[in-house]
Write a protein that binds this ligand. Structure first.
Ligand code: UD1
Ligand code: CA
Length: 487
């Protein structure tokens, strides 16, 4: 995976503190969100990075440089917790470049502590969300005595936009990094790039950022200029060259964002596939990193799984199934085109095709919710069948209930009563509802009752009762024949 330069002898344990650069506007993203909060596969960019930092460097001090919409960034990071990290936010009032951002940190007490405590400073940009734990582990290994820094590089098929690594000779020591906007045509051909990931010896860093100049195309203080500074002072620059390009792809525009999302998705699919999920068409499936899947699961094409979704073992997910924040029990079968959100589906359930579970619904074990059935805030017991063309909202349905085709809980009367617009329907265990019935809520169908087809039920039906609520059939012998003769 890596290739290091320099003697392999390393001093024993060294502490690491982290500086995360997150003050930039991200103008090229055209988003109202600050760049680091833009979601990558459903999770803000910066969280992907902090997740990895927390994994590899628990207990470490982390300075997050904030500027654009800092209140929002601070709020979202605080909400997320990160209780194992010691996070401090440092305000970069005006954004004068990556070197200036780091100077803002090193000038504060945070920076002074890093120097006094000899904490190596790991610099991470806020826009490389696919960095792996392995990468953080390797870049933060102890620095060789006398090193100014360790620099992460990668060879990119398309290096456009990245700082290019200039070496002495073809593969000698690094002497400088040149930014895209400052590079000569010849330099632009270089495919080895810097990624804004470094491990700095803290003394070198804190003095170095004070001496940066902004004489360049963007009139910014470039952190990359510290490389030339170290080289000129004959300090050792260790390099770590990362072979897996997709781990270190930056996001500078919406196109790169979608490429990075694709890469992360691919990584997720691979992990699941290696743990026993069978994908019938890998390329078409989207699975967010927050999703958990058991073994022996089959996933048909075009499935999308989002949020805190958990899929039990032995489940089959048909084509075009979309689940968000759903728990699916073992051996359940979710057929084509089913959509479910914030719902619980227990073991051995059959859903769909084209069922729709809206938030706060729950389907008990061995139940069946068939085609074109919509549930909203509805609980269904075990061994119950609602097989065709029905709507149940704000309802509680018991176990071993059978609901025929075309049933509707009329839960909304257009008025606001006691702050509630929707009324509740209760259908107790073992009720049988014939086809084409409606219940007008609030209403209760007691245990074991039987509703005849075509009924509109407005009043409580008692235990064991049969209720018919439709007009009687009238017969007029010979009338049809008479009508035909008239024509
Ligand atoms: C930077 C590097 C470039 C490298 C690339 C890799 C410099 C000068 N260039 O370029 O060599 O190949 O990253 O991704 O370092 N930021 C601040 N304050 C600022 C400016 C930036 O906090 O004043 C933050 C941004 O929010 C971002 C990170 O620093 O998270 C990198 O900034 P960005 O503008 O994306 O730098 P690049 O042009 O990509
Ligand atoms: Ca960038």
């Amino acid at each position: 995976m890596r290739h290091t330069q320099g003697p392999m002898s390393q001093s024993k344990s060294q502490k690491t503190a982290v500086i995360l650069l997150a003050a930039g506007l991200g103008k090229r993203m055209f988003s109202s969100l600050p760049k680091v909060l833009i979601p990558v596969c459903g999770r803000p960019m910066i969280f992907h990075i902090l997740d990895r930092v927390q994994e590899v460097l628990p207990g470490s001090r982390v300075a997050i440089v904030v500027g654009h919409q800092k209140e929002l960034v601070i709020q979202r990071v605080r909400e997320e917790g990160y209780s194992k990290l010691n996070i401090e936010f440092i305000h970069q009032v005006e954004q004068h470049g990556t070197g200036h951002a780091v100077k803002c940190v090193m000038d504060t007490d945070w920076g002074k502590v890093a120097v006094a405590e000899k904490e190596n400073c790991l610099i991470l940009p806020g826009d490389l969300p696919l960095i792996t734990s392995e990468l953080i582990h390797e870049i933060t290994l102890p620095l060789i005595r006398g090193s100014a820094l360790r620099l992460l590089t990668a060879v990119m098929r398309d290096p456009f936009g990245y700082g290019r690594i200039l070496r002495k000779g073809k593969s000698g020591p690094v002497i400088r990094i040149t930014e895209e906007k400052d590079a000569t045509l010849r330099e632009k051909l270089i495919q080895e790039v810097g990624l804004s990931i470094y491990l700095f010896q803290p003394g070198f860093l804190s003095v170095g950022v004070k001496n940066l100049k902004n004489k360049n195309a963007q009139q910014e203080f470039y952190l990359t200029d510290l490389i030339e500074m170290a080289a000129k002072k004959k300090r050792t620059i260790e390099t770590l060259t990362w072979a897996r390009e997709e781990d270190v792809r930056g996001i500078n525009n919406p196109y790169e964002l979608s490429q990075v999302c694709d890469n992360l998705n691919e990584r997720m699919l691979k992990q699941h596939a290696l743990k026993g999920v069978r994908f019938l068409n890998l390329k078409s499936v989207r699975i967010e990193p927050s999703v958990k899947i058991g073994t022996d699961v089959t996933v048909y094409p075009d499935v999308i799984l989002e949020g805190k979704t958990e899929i039990g073992s032995g489940v089959t997910l048909g084509a075009q199934v979309y689940l968000k924040n759903c728990v699916v029990g073992k051996n359940s079968e979710i057929k084509k085109g089913t959509i479910a959100e914030d719902s619980i589906i227990e073991n051995d359930v059959k859903l769909g095709p084209y069922a729709h579970l809206r938030p706060e619904s729950k389907v008990g074990a061995h139940s069946k919710i068939g085609n074109f059935v919509e549930l909203k805030k509805t609980t269904v017991g075990e061994h119950t069948s609602i097989a065709h063309l029905s709507y149940l909202g704000d309802a509680e349905v018991g176990s071993r209930v059978n609901i025929g085709c075309g049933f509707v809980t009329c839960n909304f009367d257009g008025r606001l009563i006691d702050g509630q617009r929707k009324h509740k329907t209760t259908i107790e265990d073992e009720v049988f509802v014939g086809s084409d019935c409606q219940t007008v809520a609030p209403v209760i169908l007691r245990r074991g009752s039987y509703i005849a087809s075509g009924s509109t039920i407005t009043e409580e039906v008692k235990e064991g009762e049969l209720s018919i609520a439709r007009s009687r059939q009238v017969h007029k012998p010979g009338y049809a024949t008479k009508l035909k003769e008239q024509k």
